[in-house]
Write a protein that binds this ligand. Structure first.
Ligand SMILES: Nc1nc2c(ncn2[C@@H]2O[C@H](COP(=O)(O)OP(=O)(O)OP(=O)(O)O)[C@@H](O)[C@H]2O)c(=O)[nH]1
Ligand SMILES: [Mg+2]
Length: 291
């Protein structure tokens, strides 16, 4: 009987959870950026090996804040934790473990037997994996620990072995060739958001959301899809559009280039920037966006 398990990937913002998911799946499943709080949904990536199948659930970075968006994201993390068999706890070895790490450990303290800890970014010159070990060993003594580099692919098979060793026997939930179950429209919106984040700075990436408008497939197979890039202020709209539309053009071109690698039909995007000053506080927008 093969093994199979749902595995939540948990950790503080920017720990490298989504980079790790992508490295394990061998494709861009979840968007990545240097800006904390990039992931806003529970995103599934599936890894099938001769031993069995692991269904990873990437989650938003665990962050203590009373803002409505953060509360919603934290709720999603807690819900994911309650639904999975195993927990992959990612810690950034380039940062000193602080309050947020304490809060996550408190959350996980009763789960030690189903946790694997990935101490990430060991390729980085400032990584201090030993001090992370010193921090976690007394707090989660029963959890397995593996030092990795998600971006270089270091020790990822050891990590998978550790997870398979804890996984229960069970059926494959997905066909072998499937590596994510995201709807195309969601995935396209996320890629657009990744490019928009990468072309903006300071607080602006946090103010960006992407909303699907409509799409149609031409007879020659090309999908035309319209999306809105939502920002909170007119000044932000001007930045996302750029001089003579230069920024939004790059966002579109870079997104289309990524989509070419991910979909087996051509996708042409039409992007517009819309202003909604309160989207991060709006229940209806948040429930459309975070699920
Ligand atoms: N040097 C190095 N950088 C990494 C590694 N893994 C991730 N990063 C970088 O860390 C940053 C955050 O990566 P993400 O994968 O988006 O982190 P995340 O934990 O998903 O972040 P949130 O979704 O915001 O919670 C990006 O700039 C990555 O390139 C690694 O193994 N080594
Ligand atoms: Mg992420």
């Amino acid at each position: 009987m093969p093994k199979s398990a749902f595995v939540a990937i948990i950790g503080r913002p920017s720990a490298g959870k989504s980079t790790l998911l992508n490295a394990l799946c061998g494709a861009k499943v979840s968007i990545v950026s240097s800006v904390p709080q990039t992931t806003r949904n529970a995103i599934r990536g599936i890894v099938t090996r001769p031993q069995g199948q692991l269904i990873f659930v990437d989650t938003p970075g665990y962050h203590i804040s009373e803002k409505k968006l953060n509360l919603k994201l934290r709720e999603l993390v807690l819900q994911s934790l309650s639904e999975v068999d195993l927990i992959l706890y990612v810690i950034d070895a380039t940062r000193d473990p602080g309050k947020e790490e304490e809060a996550i450990i408190e959350l996980l303290s009763k789960e030690a037997r189903r946790i694997v800890i990935a101490i990430n970014k060991i390729d980085h010159p400032e990584a201090r994996p030993l001090s992370v070990e010193e921090f976690v060993i007394p707090r989660l003594p029963d959890a397995k620990r593996i030092s990795i580099s998600a971006s270089q692919g270091t020790n990822l098979s050891l990590l998978l072995d550790a997870l398979f060793s804890l996984a229960p026997e069970g059926p494959f939930w997905y066909p072998e060739e499937i590596y994510t179950d995201q709807e195309p429209v969601f995935r396209i919106g996320e890629i657009i958001r990744e490019k928009a984040i990468s072309h903006t700075r300071d607080e602006l990436p946090h103010a960006i959301a992407v909303e699907y408008r409509d799409s149609s497939k031409r007879a020659d197979g090309v999908l035309f899809a319209r999306f809105d890039i939502l920002v909170e202020r007119d000044s932000q709209k001007a930045i996302v559009i750029g001089r003579q539309g230069s920024v939004i053009k790059r966002i579109r071109e870079e997104a289309e280039a990524d989509l070419k690698k991910l979909f087996d039909y051509p996708i042409k995007l039409q992007l517009q920037v819309a202003v909604d000053p309160d989207w991060r506080k709006s229940d209806s927008v948040l429930s459309r966006m975070i699920f």
